[in-house]
Design a protein around this ligand. Structure first.
Ligand SMILES: Nc1ncnc2c1ncn2[C@@H]1O[C@H](COP(=O)(O)OP(=O)(O)O)[C@@H](O)[C@H]1O
Ligand SMILES: [Mg+2]
Length: 398
């Protein structure tokens, strides 16, 4: 990589690339190679000593790799809470189109990814609270401190992306258009319809509780679609940016009192061009907030599996944590993005509800097809979304 070698290959060439950072790294001693367990991951990952991570693609996609592109951008922009890009290996075909084969990244010493660290911490905190009752003068729990840090670093990431120069058309922010709004609404409605179709034919093996939630949601199908249609703003405002695009707690590495954002190439099952599209920052925020919901419900489930008795109370605490986490995250995010020029930190924030709903139905489709035990999680949240329509109000006659 360091020599920027090019080697002949079938149908083109292999091209090696190295960043300045790789050239300054001391690699004189042999490095110990270790595996990183990557069950659900798209890459085979190895660490080399405690300085380099090598990600080798298991699935190949032709086109500009969003992860490599983002690595170069972030080092130019000075955002340091993601591992620095060290080197690349791509196949370049005869037409000049690249296919990423491997990337080398700076190794981040860490205590685990954000998902496991947050769920473990919350699990313990819920148990502590249950044992000690409500008297809570212990200050901010660790899980929420971490969420604040994630909010701040996310705000900084988006600030860097929002400041991309017009000379870099692949990154320069662009105004949201009315066509964009139409497109986002159309795809959210389509996804919801597909999700409802899938709920209509869940397999017989579906557990009773999940089936009941699905049946309940199905009775609200029309109301739900109408609700989604009300979520799109009438006037296009703000900018769309390049984003992380597959942003959730597992894309965070926790390191001492800080966090690092990893894995910028997006979902490998989606075409590269789709993963390079710009969208309002609230698209990344929506997927992260959904992850808080999963974390809360997973921690509560762990208590249930361990035979905890005060389940209702624990569940209330879990959902309370979720709203606290959302608020802490958004506040820290807003403060980090709010720049001295007067700040438009939640520019695009009016699209958050639409992107949240879109993500929810994507989860329903995904969990239904791949992880039925998790299906109840997005179903419950989808029911919360239509809850106001579901109640026959008699209090104020409205
Ligand atoms: N820069 C890094 N430093 C330390 N560990 C890393 C780094 N990048 C990835 N890892 C480890 O490898 C795992 C998989 O990496 P990820 O980028 O998410 O791969 P994939 O694209 O295949 O999902 C991470 O969860 C983390 O444990
Ligand atoms: Mg990835």
């Amino acid at each position: 990589m360091r020599t920027h070698a090019t080697l002949p290959a079938v149908g083109g060439t292999f091209r090696f690339g190295a960043t300045e950072k790789l050239r300054t790294l001391d690699l004189s001693e042999p490095l110990e190679v270790r595996r990183v367990a990557t069950g659900e991951h798209a890459h085979t990952v190895r660490t080399l000593g405690d300085s380099v991570v090598l990600k080798m693609a298991r699935r190949l996609r032709s086109g500009i790799d969003p992860g490599i592109e983002m690595g170069h951008f972030l080092s130019r922009s000075g955002f340091t809470n993601s591992p620095a890009l060290l080197g690349t290996l791509e196949h370049i075909n005869e037409g000049g189109v690249p296919t990423a084969l491997a990337v080398a990244l700076e190794y981040i010493r860490n205590q685990g990814d954000g998902w496991s660290v947050v769920v473990d911490a919350l699990d313990r905190e819920l148990e502590d609270e249950t044992l000690s009752g409500d008297a809570d003068d212990r200050g901010l729990p660790y899980s929420l401190t971490l969420i604040e840090t994630i909010g701040r670093r996310t705000g900084e990431l988006h600030r860097a992306l929002a400041a991309a120069d017009a000379i870099d058309p692949n990154f320069a922010p662009e105004p949201v258009t009315n066509d964009d709004l139409d497109e986002w609404l159309k795809s959210a409605v389509l996804r919801a319809e597909e999700a409802f179709d899938s709920l209509d034919k869940l397999p017989d093996t579906t557990d009773v509780e999940t089936q009941q939630l699905a049946d309940k949601l199905l009775t609200l199908r029309e109301a739900m679609v109408r609700r989604i249609e009300t979520l799109v703003p009438t006037i296009a405002r703000g900018n769309k940016l390049r984003l992380h695009n597959d942003y959730h707690l597992a894309k965070i590495l926790v390191s001492a009192n800080d966090i690092y954002i990893i894995d910028f190439e997006g979902e490998p099952d989606r075409p590269v061009e789709e993963r390079r599209q710009k969208a309002p920052a609230s698209r990344d925020i929506a997927t992260m907030l959904r992850s808080f919901d999963y974390a809360a419900r997973t921690a509560v489930d762990r208590q249930r599996q361990r035979g905890a008795t005060q389940l209702e109370e624990i569940e209330t605490r879990g959902l309370n944590w979720r709203s606290l986490a959302e608020r802490r995250f958004l506040r820290a995010y807003g403060m980090a993005r709010d720049d001295s020029t007067g700040g438009s930190h939640l520019a695009g924030g009016e699209l958050l509800p639409l992107f949240l709903a879109d993500k929810l139905f994507e989860e329903i489709l995904y969990e239904g097809a791949n992880r039925p035990v998790y299906l109840a999680t997005p179903l419950r949240s989808a029911l919360e979304l239509v809850a106001p329509l579901d109640t026959t109000t008699d209090e104020d006659g409205a």
